[in-house]
Design a protein. Sequence first.
Length: 339
Amino acid sequence: MVTIYDIALKTGFSAPTISKALNGTGGLSKSTRKKILTVAEELGYRPNMAARSLTTKKSFLIGIIFEDIDMQRGFEHPLFGGILNRLRMEIEVSGYDLIFLSHLSMEKRNSYVEHCRYRNIDVCVVINPVNADKSIMELASSGIPCVSTNFVIPGIPTVITANKEAGYNAASYFIRNGHKKIAYISGSYTRYNVAALDRLEGLRQAEKEFGLQYDESYVEYCPQWTRECGYKAMKSLLGRHKDITAVFVSSDNMAVGAMEYAKSAGMKIPEDISFIGFDDEMFSEFYSPPITTFRQNRTVIGELAAEILMNRIAGIPVSECVLIPADFIIRSSVKNMHS
């Protein structure tokens, strides 16, 4: 049976260094960690998880909090599925496994902290919790190392898309193309899940800088991030304002609903009304017309979330919040009013 001492002999590193690399702890350089893990794989090293847990007092389990009440998309969502895939790839090389912590999975509605302790998890990734207040704040103050990739929660480091910047860029693009009557369809939001509000704030900032007057009546707030909500929102907006020429929508899924209503009302896209969505769904490029949208960098978000988790385990200080710019994907759903 291959031991860490066999790996130490072949790599020239000390046994404690080998242990840190295999456990995903310690302030090792990426090159050192990679060399050790490569040799471990070549030698066929297989950790004894039971003995390892007894020795380190760790379970080598990472809890995942992912509920899907508002989105109703599950792992089909282009952001969350991508983050989980990248996160899994990054943490598995350090010997960790993922386990999902459902808020409603047991007979009684246990808190997230109770779930973490029941499952004996070492660290936790908060992606989409069902309770954005009491249960999450209890988790933030519990001492369990966490990272968030969607919610901005005090006490929990966050890696998240720069949503205000995206909202600013969307509005700026509309305005540079001659649009002045710009509407916004917002997805649902909570105290800590403020992506939809941040995108609106960016839009407001752009309108102010370009000399346009912000009007709250051009905003429609939706209870969920669904296609049906986008459809109803567009109907309400056009019922209030017939002069809308451009609409920024919180997600591509909602944007399709909004665009379908516009078409049902006899409007042509983008000739009569233009749209920008968010998320760059698989269908967005092939919709008619192809949707101008934003693509969140799920690979970078997943990698940084994993790095923060490993640093937290090792006791290394981490940033409170890291903002990742979204890529702006220009397609055919926005009309240039100047041409």
